[in-house]
Design a protein around this ligand. Structure first.
Ligand code: F6P
Length: 532
């Protein structure tokens, strides 16, 4: 099947009623499970024949071969000539992973053991600040060096039994100022998380934190740790190599929470729970490597994504966790999906003849229901929704609240697919209006329905389950990327803005002219200088 065949099939599916397709057999057939996760994708218009064709398309695109090449450490990041091996970071059994003829596992496990040693020392009070045991940790990083640990830290708050962690990412001084204000520098550990150790935001914030620490602490660098591949630069910053945790260039920023970049999470939940998180990711890796396509959860989630975006033309994808602690998951997945698959050029340099990856956004339920669900239910565009919910919460004392949460999640996917007809709507207002007004009022209460969604169910958001969910999405992005023929592991699209910001800063400082800039840019700079 080609992309245009897929479009034709999508056209043919127009008007297909999902509700009419839904029966027990379909739910059985259009769902997949892995470990503790169950994915229901029966509330979509995908039919068995199209799904088979999509499976064949994935096969033809070389998904399985490329997956094996990834796990085997081949340089599948072809524009940068690098392997893609975040999976090695959770390869807890330590089976060999070769990169250019060298087994990388001794080093990966060695770094994990060093992180654990450091985490224990901090948590048990052997590593102290100038003013005593570490009470607070500030992780300074941005993009993948922030979103992964910040999201997972919040997700796993019931497992926190270490120091409190704080996350600073934005170059906006307001961010670091607000985070540092209530902290005591004498009992704070600062972690500078940057793969490259050159990112302007992170290095600027790191310098600010060092100056803040220096006001109260004799040897501020002694309360700094670094997570980076650039060991020469961490040395230059003055951080002792005993507190530098390195990783190699085959770990992409947005895939890095599993290794040293996850140090803040490990400090908060402890090495054992961190290992459970890794084990969850590894379980999903094994499933992805071995399950047949129709049973393969990442493959199926990817095919549903391709059906919705490249097939039916739904450009956006809402991620809706019914789990307040997953509030940062949509932002995390935004980077994972959009930085990976937001590309318009194929691996060979040719222009893509199909839409690139989707626009990903979302908020936890039930908050989103009282904000943007209006458009999801009655707007003119269809937004495929990806719900996720745990059967149990951690608040044993509030079971009724969890039941309400779950009921809302399931109700939303039901409402989206079912909708409400004009006749049904009329009944809801029959007692209040008559005649033409009844008709008019009822029309506002009609729900078109037939709106697709998937629901991911898990028992409880444990470290292991979180690991499974994140690895599921990583592999989903991988499959979609291979099918599109793009390189999911570079991010050239972030560079131009960085370069231009560099040239504009001296203009704003009045040290350079705006000559050569377009008229709007010149006007913006002039206005901002005038207001400053
Ligand atoms: O600018 C994009 C990016 O390179 C992301 O891919 C990355 O996660 C982030 O910046 C931070 O990079 P670093 O860890 O090197 O500071």
């Amino acid at each position: 099947m080609t992309w245009s065949d897929l479009k034709s099939r999508a056209k043919a599916a127009d008007g297909r009623k999902i509700l009419d397709m839904l029966d027990d057999a379909r739910v059985q057939e259009f769902s997949a499970s892995m470990g503790d996760l169950w994915l229901d994708y029966s509330k979509t218009s995908l039919d068995a024949e199209t799904r088979d064709l999509l499976v064949a398309m994935a096969d033809k695109a070389g998904v399985a071969a490329r997956r094996d090449a990834m796990f085997a450490g081949k340089p599948i990041n072809e524009t940068e000539g690098r392997a893609v091996l975040h999976t090695a970071l959770r390869n807890l059994d330590g089976g060999r992973v070769m990169v250019e003829g060298r087994d990388v596992m001794p080093q990966v496990l060695g770094t994990l053991a060093r992180m654990e040693g450091f985490a224990r020392a901090v948590r048990d009070g052997y590593f102290t600040g100038q003013g005593g045991p570490i009470t607070d940790v500030v992780n300074i990083g941005i993009g993948g060096s922030d979103l992964g640990p910040a999201m997972a830290y919040q997700a796993l708050s019931p497992y926190h039994d270490g120091p409190a962690c704080h996350f600073v990412s934005n170059v906006d001084g307001a961010h670091i100022a607000d985070v540092l204000r209530p902290l005591n520098p004498e009992t704070t550990l600062v972690i500078v998380a940057s793969k490259t150790f050159t990112t302007v935001e992170t290095m600027t914030n790191a310098a600010t934190a060092k100056a803040w620490m220096a006001e109260k602490v004799r040897d501020p660098a002694a309360q700094f740790a670094a997570l980076s591949s650039a060991l020469d630069k961490t040395h230059g910053f003055g951080i002792s190599e005993t507190r530098v945790f390195g990783f190699e260039d085959w770990v992409g920023g947005r895939y890095s929470v599993w290794g040293p970049i996850g140090l803040s999470l490990m400090l908060a939940i402890g090495p054992q729970a961190f290992r459970a998180f890794l084990a969850g990711g590894q379980a999903m890796d094994r499933h992805f490597q071995s399950a047949e396509p129709l049973e393969n959860m990442p493959v199926m989630l990817a095919l549903v994504g391709i059906w919705h975006n490249q097939g039916l033309g739904h450009a956006t994808r809402a991620v809706l966790p019914y789990e307040q602690r997953l509030a940062r998951l949509p932002a995390y997945l935004q980077q994972l999906e959009m930085e990976s698959n937001g590309k318009g050029v194929g691996m060979d340099g040719s222009t893509l003849d199909v839409d690139s990856g989707p626009i990903v956004w979302g908020e936890p339920g039930t908050n989103g229901q009282h904000a943007f669900y209006q458009l999801i239910h009655q707007g003119t565009r269809v937004v495929p929704c990806e719900f996720m919910v745990g059967a149990e919460g951690h608040e044993d004392e509030l079971p009724h609240q969890h039941r309400l949460l779950v009921a809302n999640c399931v109700a939303q996917s039901e409402a989206l697919v079912r909708g409400r007809t004009l006749e049904e709507a009329k009944k809801t207002v029959a007692g209040q209006f008559e005649g033409k007004e009844l008709e008019r009022q009822a029309r506002h209460r009609v729900f078109p329905g037939n709106r697709p969604s998937t629901t991911l169910v898990y028992p409880k958001l444990t470290p292991e389950v979180l690991g499974q969910i994140l690895a599921l999405y990583e592999h989903r992005v991988f499959v979609e990327g291979v099918m599109l023929g793009i390189n999911s592991y570079d991010q050239w699209g972030v560079e131009l803005g960085k370069e231009l910001a560099k040239s504009l800063e001296p203009v704003l400082a009045g040290e350079a002219s705006a000559e050569g800039k377009d008229a709007s840019t010149r006007a913006l700079v002039t206005r901002l200088r005038r207001y400053a």
